[in-house]
Design a protein around this ligand. Structure first.
Ligand code: URA
Length: 266
């Protein structure tokens, strides 16, 4: 690595160069965090005549925080769900993203589209699927006569993972009750699950998306009046990388159209 040849590898410029070569391309917070400071465990009182300085501390026995599941179940409207998610601080992704991405589109729509997690554009604008993969999604929806006024779009994870990495299984698990309640509140006629992460999380199936796609599956919940037919398909970001699979995704969308039209599902 060229840092070994750099005469001033520890200079700020050398360090930045090293970060860039190691693939670090963004900072995840506005303010630096001094991680060398010891975590305060007791209130520190000044021993001088200065006013006492009290550092806020974690109580020795933290009162249990309500889980995401408890918070989600208590919500009886989309507005309540959004507020509960905004107030929830049990998912570390919230600390590194700019804002929560809740949903876009028509809550009364028959079709609910669910992706994986916001990317950089979504994090900046606060809306799902507004970057390049969102533009492809819009074209896929248009191919079956839908748009954001006739579909409702959201993600399993509402906070952007740093560097657009995949959400960790633990992060998805924490967010799952929120998206489950979201589906119950929308109560769609049909679900479209974009990509393996959304399909696996919501259908509790571990098979690759190449196996799941194109096959209707039931999304069930005791709080839904009936199981919702769900169509897993390829994620638009994957289709941008491997356009050869667009033909299959198009077939999946046509199956959704037929279902909406009341025809026999393929
Ligand atoms: N990819 C997703 O899964 N969701 C978005 O909102 C954007 C990109």
């Amino acid at each position: 690595m060229s840092i070994l040849r750099d005469p001033t590898p520890l200079s700020p410029l050398g360090l930045l160069r090293w970060y860039r070569e190691a693939g670090v391309d963004e900072a995840i917070a506005e303010q630096p965090v001094n991680r060398f400071l010891p975590a305060p465990s007791i209130a520190l009182l000044s021993q001088t005549s200065e006013p006492a300085v009290v550092l806020t501390t974690q109580p020795a026995v933290a009162s249990p925080k309500p889980s995401s599941a408890h918070q989600a179940m208590a919500c009886s409207s989309l507005a309540e769900l959004k507020a509960a998610m905004e107030a929830y601080d049990g998912c570390a992704l919230k600390n590194s993203c700019q804002r929560m991405v809740f949903a876009d589109g028509n809550p009364e729509a028959a079709v609910m589209v669910i992706g994986e997690a916001p990317g950089a554009d979504e994090d900046r604008l606060g809306l799902p699927f507004v970057g390049v993969s969102g533009q492809l999604l819009d074209r896929m929806l248009a191919s079956i006569g839908l748009d954001r006024a006739s579909a409702y779009i959201t993600n399993v994870v509402p906070w952007r993972p740093p560097g657009n990495r995949k959400p960790e299984p633990g992060e998805t698990e924490i967010c799952l009750p929120f998206i489950q309640r979201h589906i119950e509140l929308i109560d769609p006629t049909v679900l479209i699950l974009l990509g393996g992460a959304a399909a696996s999380a919501l259908l509790a199936r571990q098979a690759p998306i190449s196996r799941l796609r194109g096959h209707w599956a039931d999304y069930s919940s005791s709080r839904l009046p009936r199981p919702v037919p769900a169509m897993p398909t390829y994620h638009p970001a994957y289709l941008l990388r491997t356009p050869g699979h667009k033909r299959e995704a198009w077939r999946d969308f046509l199956a959704v159209r037929k279902r909406l039209d009341g025809l026999t599902p393929t």
